[in-house]
Write a protein that binds this ligand. Structure first.
Ligand code: HEM
Ligand SMILES: *[C@@H]1O[C@H](CO)[C@@H](O)[C@H](O)[C@H]1NC(C)=O
Ligand SMILES: *[C@@H]1O[C@H](CO)[C@@H](O)[C@H](O)[C@H]1NC(C)=O
Ligand SMILES: *[C@@H]1O[C@H](CO)[C@@H](O)[C@H](O)[C@H]1NC(C)=O
Ligand SMILES: *[C@@H]1O[C@H](CO)[C@@H](O)[C@H](O)[C@H]1NC(C)=O
Ligand SMILES: *[C@@H]1O[C@H](CO)[C@@H](O)[C@H](O)[C@H]1NC(C)=O
Length: 335
């Protein structure tokens, strides 16, 4: 192929992508798209961004907390804001389930973003889309990659407490993690890339004490945990101490979005069992371990995969059918 015809093939391919991205079909079979609010709320992204910048002034952890909300929203019933609903008689909220209760945070900042958007363009921007936008802004403002956020999700009218019991758990082994991700059409690259979300944010002692003192009921520490790091964590999280004490998920650069999560794992300093499993499990050899190695050696490779995997996660069961969803005016309750 001559270079000019290969250039025109590339140009045609790019044009094709642009055409697809620009098509914003509404209705039951609609696809998410980048320009969904361009006519109805053109400043939506910047409005959310300003709220996040303000919140970050007094809460350096907020960016990490917000991306986790998007993850926990998308994994239960799809990305539909179901996590944000408060409990009402007859429907217990996902936010009260064990993976979320006294752990998921940032709901007040989501409310602030929603209030700002309702003031600018009432009834237009869904709470599910606010979480997707906030996740991207949070990563970008922490030094990570940017990506074009796909939009056009509606908000659910239900919250699925039972569904949230199936969220990935810190004690899960790599096989269970693969099952939980594959179940949502996310592959091994998505699993390893998205786990890199643990490059910032905090974790309570209660989620690591089993690894420190009684791994898999052995009354011994997890043998894959680096001994100096174990000594450090044992000081912070004594055997019968306060389980709510916070630790950095990435002690090297606690608030920066970079690939140190993977370099930590390479030296047996993954903090959760679910983190270290991606490299150290016998079942990770030939599956997730080489992907950990790749991201540890190339931040560019990690960033490119992370951006794509966030789009993949944001596409889980999109709710676009107006007969089943709505744009909530208050993210905590149905209209
Ligand atoms: C692979 C399975 C995963 C497991 C088992 C897991 C588990 C956990 C646990 C136990 C915590 C600490 C919660 C607490 O102490 O209150 C946590 C925090 C966090 N997770 Fe994950 N997670 C997983 C995947 C993800 C994904 C896919 C993302 C985002 C892309 C993510 C982003 C975060 C962030 C940013 C925090 C810190 C939140 C904060 O400081 O408020 N995690 N995760
Ligand atoms: C949620 O956590 C709070 C504080 O730890 C506790 O008082 C409450 O009982 C928990 N709720 C549920 C539904 O477990
Ligand atoms: C949730 O699970 C519990 C225990 O299995 C069951 O009793 C309850 O009916 C379920 N709730 C819903 C709304 O499906
Ligand atoms: C992974 O965890 C599941 C559930 O706890 C267990 O049944 C399975 O045997 C574990 N797999 C390995 C390889 O340890
Ligand atoms: C897969 O998803 C279905 C519901 O969509 C759920 O019932 C099942 O428990 C999930 N399996 C795993 C391994 O999470
Ligand atoms: C260690 O874990 C096992 C299994 O979960 C449990 O039966 C045992 O009581 C634990 N030991 C201690 C000292 O907590």
């Amino acid at each position: 192929m001559s270079s000019s015809s290969s250039r025109s093939t590339v140009a045609a391919a790019i044009a094709g992508v642009l055409v697809v991205a620009a098509l914003c079909l509404h209705g039951a079979t609609a696809q998410l798209c980048e320009d969904y609010y361009d006519d109805t709320c053109p400043d939506a992204y910047d409005t959310v961004k300003q709220v996040l910048i303000d919140a970050h002034q007094s809460d350096t952890r907020i960016f990490a907390s917000l991306i986790r909300l998007h993850f926990h929203d998308c994994f239960v019933q799809g990305c539909d804001g179901s996590l944000l609903l408060d409990t009402v008689p007859g429907m217990q909220s996902e936010k009260e389930s064990p993976p979320n209760n006294a752990s998921a945070r940032g709901f007040g900042v989501v409310d602030a973003a929603k209030a700002a958007l309702e003031a600018a363009c009432p009834g237009v921007v869904s709470c599910a889309d606010i979480l997707a936008i906030a996740a991207e802004i949070s990563v970008e403002l922490s030094g990570g990659p940017s990506w074009g956020v796909l939009l056009g999700r509606l908000d659910s009218k239900t919250s699925d407490f039972n569904g949230s019991l199936d969220l990935p758990a810190p004690t899960d082994n790599v096989t269970i993690l693969q099952q939980k991700f594959n179940n949502l059409s996310l592959n091994d690259v998505d699993l390893v890339a998205l786990s890199g979300g643990h490059t910032f944010g905090r974790v309570q002692c209660q989620f690591i004490t089993d690894r420190l003192y009684n791994f898999s009921g052995t009354n011994m520490p997890d043998p894959t945990l680096d001994s100096a790091y174990r000594a450090f964590l044992s000081q912070r999280c004594p055997r019968n101490g306060d389980g709510t004490v916070l630790n950095d998920l990435d002690p090297t650069t606690p608030d920066t979005f970079d690939n140190n999560y993977y370099s930590n794992i390479e030296v047996n300093r993954g903090i959760l069992n679910s983190d270290q499993e991606l490299k150290s499990s016998p079942l990770a050899q030939g599956t997730t371990a080489p992907i950990v190695d790749q991201f540890a050696s190339s931040q560019d490779a990690f960033f490119a995969s992370f951006a794509q995997s966030m789009i993949n996660m944001g596409n889980i069961k999109p709710l676009t059918d107006p007969s089943r969803g709505e744009v909530r005016t208050n993210c905590r309750r149905v209209n």
